[in-house]
Design a protein around this ligand. Structure first.
Ligand SMILES: [Fe+2]
Length: 322
């Protein structure tokens, strides 16, 4: 589903500046071997790279996550992709906002430019292929209804292995949801999709994008931290099978199956070994490049889900806050 950057008016909103994709996120974890086991069970390809790990979806050369080893789990930052012709204007725009450009973190080769966000997370802006979708992803082949006289399901031993097709979005803890909305609008041209007061907010890119590429949730402490990364599996059956795949591999704590209100996606979250979550997702709302989505402030009861099991007690706990 990866699109090549390209033609104005086809997969680019003309005349406006903004990042088109969340290209990658970086995180430190206390134990790379444990991380490798978790993300492999999740259906992702994990490669050893330098001192860390790169995480990929099978069949796609795009690197979605960079993991390094550190004393504790710590979200470090993000790379956002821009179209080639927008790179220099975007750099001028960021500097004109009074945001100071910084050197890349030690050990990272980069042709992009870097700055710190309002939470102290390092942001890279670079020229990259557009990995956000160019249209709504419709349900895939695992959700058909079969004809009469045919068995529709799989046996336990013959059920398909699920491999997510792409990294979809990331939600992180912030001491201030309002400040984060303001920063990411101002610096990267992202737009607010929906919010619930100062508790949670979702933002999309202007060049055609899921309902959210990045989102913020109020932290119960400082600093910022990863809440969850989300991976598209394309169907409800895919979500159910993937969650079973994790339980079969010994990762039993999750939350799902359910459906969100804001973004509308079906979900099942699995807790990672450090208390944050990885989401299997399908059928998220899509905002086309020529559509101005009317952002709303929703009541608190709609902030998390429309249906699903009871929330785990620590679902919204920032383990990086200590
Ligand atoms: Fe999500």
């Amino acid at each position: 589903m990866t699109a090549i950057r390209g033609t104005i008016g086809v997969n680019k909103r003309p005349g406006e500046l903004g990042a088109h994709s969340l290209d990658l996120f970086r995180m430190a974890v206390p134990d790379l071997t444990t991380a490798e086991t978790f993300y492999r069970a999740f259906g992702l390809e994990v490669r050893e790279e330098g001192n860390g790990l790169g995480i990929y979806t099978f069949g796609n050369p795009h690197r979605w996550v960079g993991l390094t080893e550190g004393p504790k789990k710590a979200l470090q930052g993000f790379s956002f992709g821009v179209f080639e012709e927008d790179f220099a204007p975007m750099k001028r725009h960021v500097e004109a906002q009074g945001i100071r450009l910084l050197d890349p973190p030690r050990g990272i080769d980069s042709d992009g430019f870097w700055f710190a966000d309002n939470n102290g997370l390092m942001v890279e802006v670079k020229i990259a292929a557009k990995t956000s979708l160019d249209g709504k992803a419709l349900f895939g082949g695992l959700d058909p209804s079969v004809a009469a006289n045919t068995a529709g399901s799989w046996s336990r031993t013959k059920k398909p292995q699920i491999r997510p097709t792409r990294f979809a979005h990331l939600l992180f803890f912030t001491p201030s949801v309002a400040d984060s909305i303001a920063f990411y609008s101002r610096a990267l041209g992202l737009r607010l999709s929906d919010r619930t007061g100062d508790i949670i907010a979702f933002m999309h890119g202007i060049h055609g994008c899921d309902h959210h590429m990045i989102a913020f949730v109020a932290s119960d402490g400082k600093p910022a931290g990863l809440h969850h990364c989300s991976w598209d599996v394309g169907s409800i059956n895919g979500i159910g099978l993937a969650a079973q795949q994790m339980r079969d591999a010994g990762f039993t704590k999750g939350w799902g199956l359910g459906r969100h209100v804001l973004g509308s996606n079906y979900f099942h979250y699995m807790q990672d070994p450090w208390g944050s979550w990885s989401e299997f997702s399908a059928d998220i709302d899509y905002i086309a490049l020529d559509h101005d989505w009317a952002a709303k402030d929703h009541p608190e009861e709609d902030g998390i889900y429309v249906w699903g099991p009871e929330l785990p007690e620590d679902f919204i706990h920032n383990y990086e806050a200590g």
